[in-house]
Design a protein around this ligand. Structure first.
Ligand SMILES: Cc1cc2nc3c(=O)[nH]c(=O)nc-3n(C[C@H](O)[C@H](O)[C@H](O)COP(=O)(O)OP(=O)(O)OC[C@H]3O[C@@H](n4cnc5c(N)ncnc54)[C@H](O)[C@@H]3O)c2cc1C
Length: 373
């Protein structure tokens, strides 16, 4: 007897979007950073994701999305994987997605795992390491997807509430009480032991993430979703650049590069007491760029360092990875694109924070506070 055909769940949304052409490239790039492969198929784009497959068609003045999955519970997460980045990149357009097709109702986030603080350690005056324990963490054990979003529970919470996703692909918070969330880099992970480590760079205008980390003690809870945002790719020559927020990613990448890797790693820090012992291949020159007390996000150290590199002529064999404040991000991005002509697939680079904006402000401002110019 033939095996019964698997039930397929599908839905479609069409929304008016007059400026769709102008936003298309950053939208596709943003979707792709969330562990989704993007392929152009004739007039539309196909997305392969851990939750199922999606499609995007941009025609004059409108955007059409469709999703298909075997897993009913993942249907809304799949919608969110498209609607989330689109709404973020085109925040000013206030797009409304009305879906038709199958519905799953309010569903838990497929990728949410719960972490509990096991220990904290002050690595330097400004770098706090938190070691977490959790179950079923294998999905985060990826050297090609380094980042995650943390959901901070209040201290001493008795019955922790976690967000769900509705049929529009929107996050819904229990009793409309939104918890604070921020993006961090997974510094290390040991799935068999159920351990995951995050390094928090502490800063003066501490927002909710930094306050949570400073107050954290054994047993405190945090949710983790993801992973996202790409890691290094094979290359003969690497340049890694970041401030304190890029340091966890750089440290992790350096530990995992082949022993014969060549290149440079630049890390901007507030003072020499922030230096950490980093394992790295002998052929990678590690340089600490000391701000000497200047405010973070105010110097040109990282930009100057990246500009000083004598890159090999074969750009296809080079790779850049970085994460830092938005202004340096934009300047370095402009240099890599316009002067160095480093191909897009030979770089992974994110704006990690903005000198005058909290993460909520960045989301409200949209692309200009987050993307390169
Ligand atoms: C992909 C990615 C990976 C990241 N990985 C890490 C990581 O591993 N470790 C890490 O520490 N950070 C990391 N960050 C940066 C972190 O998410 C931001 O610094 C975040 O804004 C901190 O949240 P908060 O609640 O403390 O401050 P917010 O509430 O977001 O901001 C409050 C105020 O603090 C300022 N501010 C925010 N961050 C900094 C900073 N680093 N230095 C100085 N002022 C700041 C803002 O301008 C604002 O005025 C990462 C960011 C991204 C996008």
């Amino acid at each position: 007897m033939p095996a019964p055909r698997k039930r397929r769940y599908a839905a479609t949304a069409v929304t008016p979007f007059s400026k769709v052409e102008a936003f298309l490239e950053p939208i596709l790039a943003s979707i792709a950073t969330h562990d989704i492969s993007v392929q152009r198929l004739g007039g539309r784009f196909e997305f392969q994701s851990p939750y199922g497959v999606g499609f995007l068609e941009a025609t004059a003045g409108q955007l059409r999305l469709s999703v298909e999955t075997d897993n009913r519970h993942a249907l809304n997460r799949l919608k969110h994987a498209l609607v989330g980045p689109i709404s973020f990149i085109a925040a000013g357009e206030a797009l409304q997605f009305e879906w038709t097709g199958d519905e799953a109702g309010l569903t838990p986030l497929e990728d949410l795992r719960i972490l509990r603080v096991r220990r904290t350690a002050q690595l330097t005056p400004r770098m706090l390491r938190i070691g977490f324990e959790g179950e079923d963490l294998a999905r985060f054990d990826r050297n090609d997807q380094l980042h995650c979003r943390l959901i901070f529970q209040p201290k001493d919470v008795v019955s922790p509430q976690w967000p769900s996703i509705d049929d529009r692909g929107h996050i819904v918070w229990p009793q409309r009480r939104k918890l604070d969330t921020r993006v961090y880099t997974i510094r290390s992970i040991d799935v068999p032991k159920g351990e995951l480590t995050i390094d928090f760079a502490l800063h003066d205008r501490a927002g909710p993430a930094t306050r949570w980390a400073i107050a954290a003690s054994a047993g405190d809870l945090v949710g983790i979703v993801g992973p996202a945002a790409d890691g290094p790719r094979p290359a003969g020559f690497y340049v890694l650049a970041g401030d304190e927020t890029g340091l966890p990613g750089i440290a992790r990448i350096l530990e995992n590069l082949d022993s014969d890797a060549r290149g440079f790693a630049f890390v901007e820090i507030g003072g020499l007491s922030e230096k950490l012992p980093l394992a790295h291949p002998a052929g990678i020159q590690l340089q600490w760029l000391d701000r000497q007390g200047a405010q973070p996000g105010t110097t040109s150290h990282l930009v100057d360092a990246v500009r000083s590199v004598a890159w090999p002529s074969d750009r296809q064999d080079s790779f850049f990875w970085g994460g830092c404040e938005h202004k340096a991000f934009r300047q370095i991005h402009r240099y890599l694109r316009n002067e160095l002509h480093l191909p897009r697939e030979r770089q992974v680079f994110y704006s990690h924070w903005h000198r005058t904006l909290s993460e909520e402000d960045i989301i409200a401002a949209g692309a200009s506070a987050y993307l390169p110019d």
